[in-house]
Design a protein around this ligand. Structure first.
Ligand SMILES: *[C@@H]1O[C@H](CO)[C@@H](O)[C@H](O)[C@H]1NC(C)=O
Length: 468
């Protein structure tokens, strides 16, 4: 064992607060034992908790075989902005039973992809995560506890040799972590796999995993860099979108696709590139150094210098360009549609709803997670009739005045965050309704990030897939 080596001073200092998911009802019965183990954790449960405790103790006695010992698994989700470790406690059995009260996670920044220039030290950034895992897994369980690292979009975008060098430096640390590890357990996964794992996590939490296809729930994730759409269907589809997932006796046929560059943050940047192109062109033809463009996705009254824009090939010096906010929901939605349909002329399928990718009719119930949830929460929307309510809320927000009413109403938000909501409301309406054809008055999409206390997180789904 090389514990000392793994304890090398962490390079990733900017650690987020430990994320301890609030225990779901089924986990509350473990609270007592847990308090004995770690008295430093403050007790937050009051009367309601006690009621839940009683109810779920009965539940636990009925459904959790008391003899089933607690096991642990570790999954490191190496994303583009940071790496997050999940220390998962579970009871093994026909269906792995996660124990929420003893599952912990911690994120370290920056992400592995930021070590491209010095791939050999990428591994050090996960050292604090492994240290965290060692604190949360009892020492005598370390050798039985498997640790896996799965990297996503950030590393996918690096060249293969660099990405592999970063992975190798992680493997070195993982081998000496004290946990069970094999080299092939540190991998870069595809966007479609990410979607499939999220689908598994969602259906596990809903209790539909292992059941009939038509009872499962699809998932649409709106991330920062990409969108994933995943659901079970019996309809035929082009092979590159079709994924088979076996679970117990049942085989699911899944549509899963990751739309790179259509995540909310990347799309927002593309929008400004798109809007400012004519201004840039006029600057170069008229040899002027400053120009403005209309920005319908920002409420009026907000002004900013977009800054020094990359010079066009024909212009050697940088230029100043100013966005003129003219907040208008329907205009914003219409520019956003152009973004979503970009590349459609290259469509080789009978129906391309997003870019040049095939998307079948959405079937059944869906969860909409990540940025769908953040926007919905910001506007205080109920999960049902989400789309039509979002449109009304978005219109009101986009047409508001930045300094006289918006900033005053949302004092606790910083400008950068607040600025996104006109865009995100229009983006979501265009994405779900205009592109994916979800009716405005649908009631089959639940907008959420958690189900019964369990975060709908692909890393948890990845763990469940391995264990079954
Ligand atoms: C927004 O733009 C549309 C289309 O250009 C226009 O018809 C509408 O009146 C505008 N709405 C507001 C509130 O300015």
């Amino acid at each position: 064992m090389h514990r000392n080596k793994a304890r090398v001073e962490p390079r990733a200092q900017a650690l987020e607060q430990t994320l301890i998911p609030p225990p779901p009802p089924a986990a509350a019965s473990k609270m007592v034992a847990q308090r004995q183990r770690s008295s430093s954790r403050s007790s937050r449960r009051h009367l309601a908790g006690a009621v839940v405790f009683l109810a779920t103790t009965a539940f636990a006695l009925l459904f959790l075989p008391r003899s089933s010992p607690l096991s642990y698994g570790i999954v490191i989700d190496a994303g583009s902005t940071g790496s997050r470790v999940h220390v998962i406690a579970y009871h093994a059995g026909a269906l792995t039973q996660l124990d929420w009260s003893r599952t912990y996670s911690l994120k370290a920044t920056p992400g592995l992809s930021s070590f491209a220039a010095d791939p050999g030290s990428g591994g050090l950034s996960i050292a604090p995560l492994l240290e965290f895992a060692r604190r949360h897994v009892p020492r005598d369980s370390w050798v039985h506890t498997e640790v896996r690292l799965m990297a996503t979009a950030g590393l996918r975008l690096l060249d293969i040799a660099t990405a592999e060098a970063v992975m190798e430096s992680c493997r070195e640390l993982l081998r000496g972590s004290g946990f069970r590890f094999q080299d092939q357990w540190a991998t870069i996964i595809s966007g479609a796999d990410e979607g499939i794992y999220a689908w598994v996590a969602a259906n596990y939490a809903l209790g539909t995993l292992g059941g009939a296809r038509q009872d499962t729930t699809g998932i649409i994730e709106l991330g920062g860099a990409s969108i994933q759409v995943t659901f079970a269907t019996d309809k035929p589809m082009p092979q590159e979108f079709s994924h088979v997932l076996k679970f117990g006796d049942i085989t699911y046929n899944l549509y899963s696709h990751s739309f790179l560059h259509l995540g909310q943050n990347v799309a927002y940047e593309s929008l400004h590139d798109l809007l400012s192109t004519p201004a840039l062109e006029s600057m170069s033809t008229h040899l002027i150094h400053q120009a403005t463009y209309k920005d319908p996705c920002t409420p009026k009254g907000f002004s900013r210098m977009v800054g020094l824009v990359k010079p066009l090939a024909s212009v050697l010096e940088s230029k100043n360009i100013i966005a003129h906010a003219v907040g208008n929901f329907s205009e914003c939605r219409s520019v956003v549609r152009t973004l979503l349909h970009k590349g459609q002329e290259e469509c080789i399928y009978h129906d391309c709803r997003l870019g040049a990718a095939f998307v079948p009719d959405l079937e059944g119930r869906f969860l909409a997670t990540e940025n769908f949830y953040h926007t919905s929460k910001f506007f205080g929307l109920r999960s049902k009739s989400f789309l039509s309510d979002l449109m009304l809320a978005g219109e009101q927000f986009c047409h508001g005045d930045w300094s006289s009413n918006i900033k005053r109403k949302y004092r606790s938000f910083n400008e950068g965050e607040l600025l996104l909501f006109c865009f995100s409301s229009a983006y979501i309406v265009a994405l779900l309704h205009d592109a994916l054809k979800v009716p405005m008055d649908h009631n089959s999409i639940d907008v959420t990030n958690k189900i019964r206390g369990m975060p709908v997180d692909w890393a948890l789904g990845a763990f469940i897939v391995q264990k079954n």
